[in-house]
Design a protein around this ligand. Sequence first.
Ligand code: SF4
Length: 479
Amino acid sequence: MSAKKPLNLVNKSLSDIPPTFYDKIGDNLTMDLTKLTSLVIERYKLLKKIESTPEDEIKDSIKKKPIISIPSDLFWDNQENINNDIASHFLLAVIMCKTEQEIRWFIRQESSLYKSRLESKYNKYDMYKILLELGMNLTLFEKNKNQDVDINKIRFNKKDKNSNEKIYFCRFEDAINLIAKKEYYLYKGNVYILEEDLPKLFKVVFEQKQEKVMAKIRANSENIKRDRRIKEIILSFEREKELLNNLEAAKLAKEVPNDEKLRTLLDVDIFAERCFPLCMNLIQRHINKYSHLMHFGRLQYTLFLKGAGLPVDEALKFFQKKYEKKTPLDKFEKEYAYNIRHSYGLEGKRMNYNPFNCEKILNMNSPMGQECHGCPFKTYSAENLRKILETCNLNPVIIEEIMNKKKTNEFQLACVKYFEGKFPRVLGQGAGIHPNKYFTTAMRSIKGFNKANKNNDNADKTDEIINDIINDKMDIEDN
Ligand code: SF4
């Protein structure tokens, strides 16, 4: 990756800015169909990798570690590769514009990729200038000219306060998504943004632009897809995608140990997305993002991991690793290690605490602020639940079914539907009753057990599952 060089962007047109917003492509561009197909497939694989990588790790890995490696044909280092980047982005957008869910998935991954690429290549001041070029009305905040603005409030959510850091402001209409996160200071119709947060602003601008582009593509997609060459690319892509999914499933199946238990901290990351019920998957995402969990979330999750077989040493390593960005080892040992050992029955009264079942989780107090615990089918608003479900690789029909269950407050049945969405040919025995039963059934399913004969007895089995939920028959064994 080339060293950061300040850009001289003033007086240059948008097309001169290397990181395009995918809205310009060289005139008379010709590209080989086979190459274009492989670029589209490479791009899709890249976005899938980004989907499963915590955001702040993406930038680092683009720079240093090869977790996310940008295919060399898509580097922003010469016009040909920039054209490759734009063409593959556009064609994948055409392929992904079938449903709202796919569109949102595509925009989300592309904006993460874009933000991380910018961060790895440009310094913050360059970003400010690029934002100006993109038409953003961003002004440098000058303390002596804006004396009524309270600087401490601008920095209110930052632990490491850097008083020399530059601050910018813009009209709140331009940064409405930042306001929604309640992380930014709004004063007299302006949003105040620390220089370190400019990449987030980029993401917002990118997403807004991309939504408009996708709406246009969708409106014209039937016409575009009639083109014989595009049809060929889509066919090859779909074949490759299926192959990729099968390979992923086979790879994951190999990872499942014979006793379907978690053995090491690495297993938690491997199986969380695919095999944890939504409540636990969201806790895992939360800890990945914030490197912290409040008390009830930690308790709910530790007991779940314990019930899933994770040995106490591995649980301690797991939490310490996840916390390390914000919590030094000695603080972790003093403040958190005891609680984790306590949950495993190794401290205090040395009780053998059982993992929480769904009924208990459903009756927990709703999470506040930075808390993350409870059952999301109950605690999330319908709007937020839908947004989350759209990140879970579920069929849109299943999402609607889950939302219907949410509407009628049948949260445990929503969980059964969620399981069915994740494992379409499998009965969700234990889903909606106990998170650990959900987990075991999911692990077994990946290995190919628990297949239901849809034509014969599925209806009877589904009735059985509903009865189990009503009677709450299943309980997790003591550990
Ligand atoms: Fe978790 Fe149970 Fe809610 Fe499913 S129903 S998300 S397993 S608490």
